[in-house]
Structure formats: C-alpha cells, structure tokens
Design a protein around this ligand. Sequence first.
Ligand code: FAD
Ligand code: NAG
Ligand code: NAG
Ligand code: NAG
Ligand code: NAG
Ligand code: NAG
Ligand code: NAG
Ligand code: NAG
Length: 574
Amino acid sequence: MFSWLVGALFLGSSAQLDVLTEAQSPLELRNPSVSAKDWQQLGSDVGGRMFEGVPFAEPCFTGPWNSSECVSIRENYVDEVTRTSEASAYIQTQWETCQVTGEQCLLNFLDPNDTQPTLAPRSCKQGSVPSYFIDVRGADDVNAAFKFVKGNGVPLVIKNTGHDYKGRSSAPGSLALWMHNLKNISYSPAFVPSGCTSEPRQAATLGAGVQWGEAYAFADTQNITLVGGSDKVVGAAGGWLQGGGQGALSPSLGLGADRALEFKIVTPDGKLRIANECQNTDLFWALRGGGGGTFGVVLESTVLASPQVKLQTLILTFAPDANVTKEMWTIMADNGLKWAEEGWGGFSMANVVIFLNPKLSPSAAQVSMAPLIDFGKRLQATASATTTVLFTEFPSWNAFFQAFSKDFVATVGSSLALASRLIPKSIFETTEKKESLVSGLLAADAAAPGLIILISAPTAYTHTPNATSVTDAWRSSVYHVTVVSSWNWNATLAEKQLHYQTASGSIDNLRRITPDAAYQNEADVHEPNHEVSFWGTNYPELLRIKQKYDPDHLLDCWHCVGWNQEDRRFSCYV
Ligand SMILES: Cc1cc2nc3c(=O)[nH]c(=O)nc-3n(C[C@H](O)[C@H](O)[C@H](O)COP(=O)(O)OP(=O)(O)OC[C@H]3O[C@@H](n4cnc5c(N)ncnc54)[C@H](O)[C@@H]3O)c2cc1C
Ligand SMILES: *[C@@H]1O[C@H](CO)[C@@H](O)[C@H](O)[C@H]1NC(C)=O
Ligand SMILES: *[C@@H]1O[C@H](CO)[C@@H](O)[C@H](O)[C@H]1NC(C)=O
Ligand SMILES: *[C@@H]1O[C@H](CO)[C@@H](O)[C@H](O)[C@H]1NC(C)=O
Ligand SMILES: *[C@@H]1O[C@H](CO)[C@@H](O)[C@H](O)[C@H]1NC(C)=O
Ligand SMILES: *[C@@H]1O[C@H](CO)[C@@H](O)[C@H](O)[C@H]1NC(C)=O
Ligand SMILES: *[C@@H]1O[C@H](CO)[C@@H](O)[C@H](O)[C@H]1NC(C)=O
Ligand SMILES: *[C@@H]1O[C@H](CO)[C@@H](O)[C@H](O)[C@H]1NC(C)=O
C-alpha cells in the first residue's frame, strides 16, 4: 500500500520503507520533522485561517454519489470560476495528482457523471494537493509561513488561481499560501510610486487575488483600460504579471510587466517591502518578468492604466479546411510586419482569426485589414453558410472581452501538456522564411491539433531598455504560438509521457526555425535550455537577485530562477 510513497518520496531507496508504520499519517511521513502540534501552532499564528487541503472531488469518493456536495462538484467540475474559487482545485488537473504514482482524486472531465473513476479499488488520494492552505489576508500570515518552513523544510507554494501550466502552484506535502481573498481594487488618477518624484500617472492597484474579469469590469466603471489576458479568471496581480503577462492589447500597450509600477511584497526574510523604480529596484526589475513564486509573496501590484480605447475588430471564421488555413496563415505572414507595427493584436486558430486595434481609425483599420477582409468575402461567396466575416468597433476592451469570452472558454478540468514558441520578426522578412513559418505552423497543428497563434508581442509599444527582466526576444517577436495535448483521468504513466512528448514534438516544427525563446507562463514543462528561452541574457542577474532575497531557498518552483531540481517537491513530475 505504500508503493505511492516509494515513488513519490524515496525514489527507489526502499530501505526507507522499514521505518514506515501504518500508524503514521501520510503527512508526518512526508514531513517527519513536523508534528500535528506544530501545524496547530501555525494555524493559531495565522488567526485560525489555515485549513487542510482536501482534493476537490473528495466528497464524490467518500460520500454518497448523489449527496448534494458530490452533485455540486459534478455540475461544476469543468467550471473555471468554481475551480479558481476552491483552494485545492486546479485548472489543469494533473497538478492535483502525483503523475508518477497515479495517486489522484479525479473525475472524468468529459462526463463528470461517469461513476467509473470513483469505483473500488480506486480511492481519493492527496496527490500534489497541498497538505495545508493559509487563507492569506496580510503580511503577518506570509511571515508566519516563512518562519514555519525555515525551521522544518516543508515545501512552501503560493497558490493564486491555479492556472499554472507547469504546476508551479501545487506540490506534494506542501504548505500553500492561498492568495484568492486579497480582492481589493482601487484606481489612482495620479499615482506616484512611493518615494519617487516621477510624473503622476493613471494607475490601478490590484490585490494579489484579483482576477482579470474583475479587473476589466472595474476598469469600465473608471473609464480606463487595463492590459490583461484573454481568460476572465486568470490572476491579474500574481503569476501572470510576474511572468511577463501577454494579451491582445500588448502589441499596442505593452506586456503586463512593462506596465507594472509598484509591488507590495513580503520577502523570505519576513520583511514587507515596496519595490518600484526608486526603492528595491533590483527586486522591482526581477518581479517584472523573472517569474512568480521565486522572489517573495506579492500582496498587491500597481499597474499603469490607459485611457479608455475603442477597438477596431475583424473576426473571421470558416469551416475547417487545411487548404483554407494555409491561405489565411500565408496572408497573415505576408502582412505580419506591417500589422505588427500598426499595433494589431489578436488570436488565430486553424479556422478562426480575430484582429483588434486600439490605435487606428475605423477607415484606416479597414484599409489595413483589406487582405483578410477580401479573403473572407471570397470564402463567403462559395461557402456562405459556414463563413463569418465581421468588421466592427467595440467601445472598450471590456465590451470586446465580454463578447469574446462567451465563445472562447478554455478547457478546464482536464490534464494537458502545453508547448510554445516566440516567433521572431526576422521570419517575416523573406518569402522563403514566410513559407517555412506557414509550413511549420501547419505541421505543428497537424501533430497536436488546437494550435493557437497569440498575436501579443509588444511590437508597436516603445519600451524602456532593461526596465523588465523578460527575455529580450519578446521585443523582436511577433507571435507567441501554443499547442496542447490533453488526457483524461485514466491515462497510464506511459500515455502521460507520450502527451508531453507530443506537445514538445509538435512545437519542434517551430523550434527548428526560431531562436531559443518561449513565454515562461505558457511553456513546455520540459522546455530545452529554459533559462535562455525564458530570460535570455537576464538570467545571471536574476539568479543573483534570487540569492540575495531568498538565500535559504524557502521558495522554489519548476524551471524557476535558481530552482533546485532535486527538491522533493518535484517528485510527481513526469
Ligand atoms: C485558461 C488559461 C488562459 C490563460 N491565458 C493567458 C493569457 O491570456 N495571457 C498570459 O500571459 N497568460 C495566460 N495564461 C497563463 C498564465 O499567465 C499562467 O497560468 C500564470 O501562471 C497564472 O498566474 P496565477 O497567479 O493566476 O496562477 P497560479 O497557478 O495560482 O500561480 C502561478 C505562479 O505564480 C506564483 N504566484 C501566484 N501569485 C503570486 C503572488 N501573489 N506572489 C508571488 N508569486 C505568485 C505561483 O507561486 C506560481 O508559481 C493562461 C492560462 C490558462 C490556464
Ligand atoms: C443518482 O441519482 C440519479 C437520478 O438523479 C439516478 O439515476 C442514479 O441511479 C443515482 N445514483 C446512485 C449511485 O444512487
Ligand atoms: C449530471 O448529474 C447532475 C445531477 O443529477 C445533473 O444536474 C447534470 O445535469 C448531469 N450532467 C450531465 C452532463 O448529464
Ligand atoms: C482592502 O480595503 C479595505 C477598505 O479600504 C481596507 O480596510 C483593507 O485593509 C484593505 N485590505 C488589504 C489587504 O489591503
Ligand atoms: C538591468 O536592471 C537591473 C535592475 O536595476 C540591474 O540589476 C541590471 O544590472 C541591469 N542590467 C543591465 C544589463 O544593465
Ligand atoms: C472616457 O474616456 C475617454 C477617453 O479618454 C473620453 O473620450 C470620454 O469622454 C470618457 N467618458 C466619460 C463618460 O468620462
Ligand atoms: C487541398 O489542396 C490540394 C492540392 O492543391 C488538393 O489536392 C486537395 O484536394 C485540397 N483539399 C481540399 C479539402 O480542398
Ligand atoms: C477511460 O475511461 C473512459 C470512461 O471514463 C473509458 O471510456 C475508456 O475506455 C477508459 N480508457 C481506458 C484505457 O481504460
């Protein structure tokens, strides 16, 4: 019965098994230096706001299938709002499991009413769901957690929304800081970073738990624009921002990291610090692209707000047909540099493209997009029932987002491997290279269907050199391209490994023709040469800052700056 422990913790050193007895709880086995009393003390140190991590679907394994708890879990199993509101639920479910051992507590995401996953001999296992969560309300809670893990080596993780594609917000046997309830949002029409004398700017201050849907709705009430991602429940002030943060407005208005003005953060020494352009400037730089979960626990982030913008928008959809896809992506490649300079952002999949622009007038936008509009009209002439061509204006980003997010809800509740690539401007320069791009995209989509071109590199945004720590490759790129390969609850270990290989192998079609550059928040779990891919020449300085602020290595996460691959928190990765 301890086979899962052997795999997860002792990795082949079976001699350790001799010391195990059934009387010890799994938690004590995983963290032998921590007693139940220690945990109780921590709970009281944080005002009782600590609770055990119980896998999301547990009531469907241990209680009656038709109990109200289980019915509610089944009804909401693939609902992203529910999942991001539950401490122990994650968007990609493999991060709730121990992939190595198969220890898990999952339902069938294609049909949550399928009883099979819960039938004996299967039972609900903790997997990578943290052992305890602290419902963080302020700096003291974070400080108590740092003190606790410094003494006993329990893995500490920061969990905000649980969107992370690389499992950086869960770990077996861990203590998690749950940031979800830090929901304050405020607007400053004339924000000056604390201690600075710079020009006042419009800004919004977002608590660590604020999600993009909430931030966009708030922006509309203030008549401002906030630059965020394409999913309403991704966190606005946590991992998204610290990892770079891209969205369809980024070509014109910059990456999230470009727009960060100030962070309030608790560093591993327990100090509450303000990081901005005038104080803790090295930390400020590191938090603008160095990655979440690495330098400290951010309590709130202040980001630049822009005036309300109208969006000129083209939406084209058609029936799937590889030849038509090729034609569309060829038009996009031919116009790629011009549209990048004009600030067009958006998305494309094999049979969809959406382009939007906050800078051009309606007539200039229509002229600019003529090649795609004409293409859409030609398609419509032969396939009117299955083709949509819509050129329209949205009065604000939030208005566009409301329409868009109704139709494009991400898959949640499944397990998936993702891989991605940044596509440089240089590929758009010659006919031969453009052809290699289009055939690379087609081959990648054929190998792992569901490729998405995110037109989100900051191509028409003037950045201050070395203001952020994202890889410089973002500045010379046009697209960020992703592929996925997903699996269900009963995949075997070999099948899971195959899905990681499929995603990675698919993106190899683009790796072959691009520099080593990928967006760390939406990257291959096994990205080769990840330090260069994610941070380029910034890595050595980021590592120095990591060592300065976290000398005892209290924070660690997969492929994060200064990570220790041998740490037992990574024992469930395959
Ligand atoms: C459906 C979906 C859509 C997405 N869309 C976009 C998109 O449009 N644009 C884009 O750029 N990315 C997008 N992403 C990727 C997203 O940026 C990452 O998943 C990111 O890690 C999410 O951060 P989070 O804080 O919401 O999630 P979590 O999984 O909770 O946290 C992610 C990482 O950040 C750390 N972290 C979280 N909060 C804090 C904090 N307060 N202080 C310090 N570290 C912290 C965690 O420890 C972890 O390492 C998407 C992901 C998904 C699943
Ligand atoms: C649960 O309820 C459904 C109808 O609501 C019924 O068909 C099913 O048999 C019940 N299942 C169990 C295990 O009781
Ligand atoms: C699953 O069962 C629940 C409870 O009986 C029901 O409300 C829900 O509609 C069912 N879902 C599907 C997809 O059949
Ligand atoms: C959130 O805002 C309220 C009201 O302004 C304030 O009392 C509270 O301290 C704030 N919470 C945090 C965590 O900043
Ligand atoms: C970039 O800025 C950071 C933070 O101020 C600094 O530590 C680093 O040395 C700078 N790098 C270069 C190449 O100037
Ligand atoms: C909102 O902001 C825009 C752009 O600055 C401005 O033109 C418009 O008048 C504002 N609307 C309101 C209601 O204040
Ligand atoms: C796509 O193009 C190829 C070659 O031009 C042709 O053989 C094939 O029939 C086309 N497919 C469709 C679905 O039109
Ligand atoms: C996995 O489970 C689904 C139903 O939940 C079933 O249809 C499928 O056959 C199973 N696959 C394997 C390999 O057991």
